[in-house]
Ligand binder design. Structure first.
Ligand code: FES
Length: 140
């Protein structure tokens, strides 16, 4: 057996081992890059005190109950589902562009949760917010 024949046989042998694994879903390297879309929280209704903590200053944000809540400015707050619609990584709020960004593979969403670009295609779910004094209500 010459060198060319050896590599042809070894290469074919490795491929014959991997193909069944890919078909049965055992090899993670064979998986699709489109993950399952996480389910956004439903039946949401809770309040936050914004007099201190992350929401006390413009561009601050936090994650609670699967929802990312961000303070655009003193009178505008945003609330969308926190799990990226690609593979579920928690998104960040980017104050400089007033948008949400997934640090895992780079998906970007508008301030209302609309998918702008990057992996995945579904939007983040937007929730209602009402500010009364220092109490911010987040609800669906
Ligand atoms: S998990 Fe892949 S872009 Fe968010």
């Amino acid at each position: 057996m010459n060198r060319k024949e050896f590599f042809a046989r070894v290469g074919f042998g490795a491929a014959s081992l991997l193909v069944p694994a890919c078909i049965s879903g055992l090899a993670t390297s064979c998986s699709s890059d489109e993950g399952s879309v996480p389910t956004a929280p439903t039946g949401v209704d809770f309040t936050l005190d914004i007099s201190s903590g992350a929401l006390a200053t413009d561009k601050g944000y936090l994650v609670k109950n699967g929802i990312i809540i961000a303070r655009e400015n003193a009178s505008t707050f945003l609330a969308v589902s926190a799990a990226c619609t690609h593979e579920g990584t928690t998104v960040n709020y980017v104050g400089s562009s007033n948008s949400f960004h997934c640090p895992n593979h780079g998906a970007n969403y508008s301030s209302t949760g609309t998918h702008l670009n990057g992996p995945g295609s579904a939007n983040l779910k937007q929730y209602n917010v009402t500010l009364t004094g220092n109490t911010l209500r987040i609800y669906s």
